[in-house]
Design a protein around this ligand. Sequence first.
Ligand code: VAH
Length: 309
Amino acid sequence: RILVTGSLGQLGTGLVSLLRNKYGAQNVIASDVRKPSTDIKKAGPYVFADVLNFQQLETIVVDQEIDWIINLSALLSAVGEQHMERALAINMSGFANTLELAKKHNLRIMCPSTIGAFGPTTPREMTPDLTTMRPTTIYGITKIHVELMGEYYNKRFGVDFRCLRYPGIISADTEPGGGTTDYAVQIFHSALKEKKYNCYLGPETTLPMMYLPDCLEGTVSFLSAPTESLTQRTYNVAAFSFSPQEIAAKIKERIPEFEITYAPDSRQKIADSWPKSLDDKMARKDWGWTNKYDLDGMVDDMLTKLNKE
Ligand code: VAH
């Protein structure tokens, strides 16, 4: 059975339902530290789980006969800079607890990393899986720690650790969790509501992105890939890159009166330290990563879904 921690975040709800379709509703246990909505409660098993409480996590792993743990609990880049101690606790000690449980109870463990694990000295175009990594945010530092500790436990103890470096994720029906790429979701809501958006990143700030359905499908195929097909434990994944001015132009094609303005804030420095595009050929080669949505497909689907709301 599968335990998903941090399941009420941007990725969790969709990932849990995809996993339930594939493995059965009762075999996927959603968890977080907040009360779920009625819909989420009705959709399948949901428990309280705080990644900082090892004993409580271990009780769930044993009582619920968990085989896989997917740890989505983390403070992202922007919020991590505002709450450094909390980010260190959740992203590092919380992860350490899940990794220790994976070793002790022979669990498959997946924990996301991020383009934020790269830094300003990393080559920024078509950034490869293996390259210089000197991240300059707490978030990036904790996520490179996740990668290194996960790979150590894999080599030393044989733990089946799996990790994907996600780009910015664009989602229609879930909110992003305080990252630097959140503008790419907010812009759609503002465009529909007010026909304008004041962007906290400059017009040319190009970042790697992907659409949530591709992220979820890709994560499930990575999770279920046979171990022998993995030539590495951590993989870059991305679909397309765009800048605020490029996405604004795409939206303006569909909503002609849409206008964007720019007021870069502290997140500009974070974005400028990240890759502009990722090389994810190893993920595509080893376990069939592919994105079904290109930039135009994502824009059309986002506007269609949000228009319905
Ligand atoms: C963030 N959305 O902005 C997250 C993600 C690549 C960015 O890790 O922090």
